[in-house]
Design a protein around this ligand. Structure first.
Ligand SMILES: Cc1cc2nc3c(=O)[nH]c(=O)nc-3n(C[C@H](O)[C@H](O)[C@H](O)COP(=O)(O)O)c2cc1C
Length: 190
């Protein structure tokens, strides 16, 4: 069975730096025969602005969000994938709001039993990957932190491709060697 890789991209720019890096990464993944699906979170239709903390997901045995919108199947795919990739431009030292809307809905992929102080998730054992770029050379390590801690919390391995000095949308292509680096990064995970 080919490895299943799910990419959730969070840039509203269709052919910008995030899309370029994801496409190179996907080339590396496909070269290894793995199956990759790329979803752009910026173009999903939501019924809620992120997680509304209704806690209904905690009342069922299912690892799914009760809000029936475009995020629901993306979350279901996260349960099935072996590698979950989140790709984002750096927006004020955090991920794009478009990506964060999906991330917070990941609440439904965990079950907490606060009385017994336990947590279970089907994410354990998967690999969580961050692909991020920024105009400057400040802040990408800070952006990485919540992704790395989330991976650790869920028992996932963590890998990242951080691209500082990427310029404006489309200019990442000017960085010498970046295409080969992104393809090689994909090949390692494929
Ligand atoms: C709303 C917004 C906020 C941004 N904030 C930062 C920032 O804090 N630091 C930085 O270096 N670049 C910042 N940038 C630049 C982008 O992170 C950078 O150009 C990125 O590579 C663009 O990726 P994209 O083409 O996929 O959108 C910002 C861009 C936008 C539109």
């Amino acid at each position: 069975m080919p490895k299943k890789i799910l990419v959730i991209s969070g840039s509203p720019v269709k052919n910008g730096n995030t899309a370029t890096l994801v496409n190179w990464f996907a080339k590396g993944i496909r070269a290894k025969g793995a199956k990759i699906e790329i979803i752009n979170a910026a173009f999903l239709k939501y019924k809620a602005n992120g997680c509304i903390s209704c806690r209904q997901c905690q009342k069922t045995d299912k690892y799914e969000c009760v809000i029936n919108d475009d995020a629901q199947p993306v979350l279901a795919k996260m349960n099935e994938a072996e590698v979950i990739v989140m790709a984002t431009p750096l927006y004020f030292y955090g991920p794009s709001a478009q990506l964060k809307l999906v991330m917070d809905r990941m609440f439904s992929l965990f079950k907490w039993d606060n009385k017994n102080d336990t947590m279970t998730t089907r994410l354990t054992g998967k690999t969580f990957v961050l692909i991020a770029s920024a105009y400057e050379n400040i802040g990408l390590k800070d952006l990485e932190r919540p992704f790395a801690i989330t991976a650790d919390y869920a028992g996932m391995k963590f890998k990242s491709l951080l691209v500082p000095n990427a310029g404006e949308s489309g200019e990442v292509k000017k960085i010498p060697g970046i295409q080969a680096k992104a393809i090689a990064f994909g090949q390692k995970l494929g």
